[in-house]
Design a protein around this ligand. Structure first.
Ligand SMILES: [Ca+2]
Ligand SMILES: [Ca+2]
Length: 97
């Protein structure tokens, strides 16, 4: 993060893969991921659905009950930059080998 230039940040926030993934999870296309959509995403990808509510609360940084695109992108960024168990991104993607 310390080495990130503003161009890097711009690239991260405009990563088409993240946008695409967000749009997939946001199945009703209202621009936010609800807990129901998140739970559905977990089941579709055969992840542990029982963890969905807990993971959702981790991702919902401002605790307003929905995951915004900004929150989603920040989780993805944490997944890419953090290898510590318990990092938000790790919870989102489940246990990654
Ligand atoms: Ca939605
Ligand atoms: Ca939120």
């Amino acid at each position: 993060m310390l080495n990130c230039t503003s161009a890097d940040w711009e690239r991260l926030y405009n990563d088409p893969l993240i946008e695409t993934l967000f749009d997939i999870v946001d199945s009703d296309g209202d621009g936010h991921i609800s807990q129901q959509e998140h739970s559905l995403f977990f089941s579709v990808f055969d992840l542990d659905a029982e963890q969905s509510a807990f993971v959702f609360s981790k991702l919902d940084i401002d605790q307003d009950g929905i995951i915004s695109k900004k929150e989603f992108v920040s989780a993805k960024r944490e997944f890419l930059s953090e290898r510590e168990p318990g990092a938000v991104g790790n919870w989102f993607w489940g246990s990654v080998e």
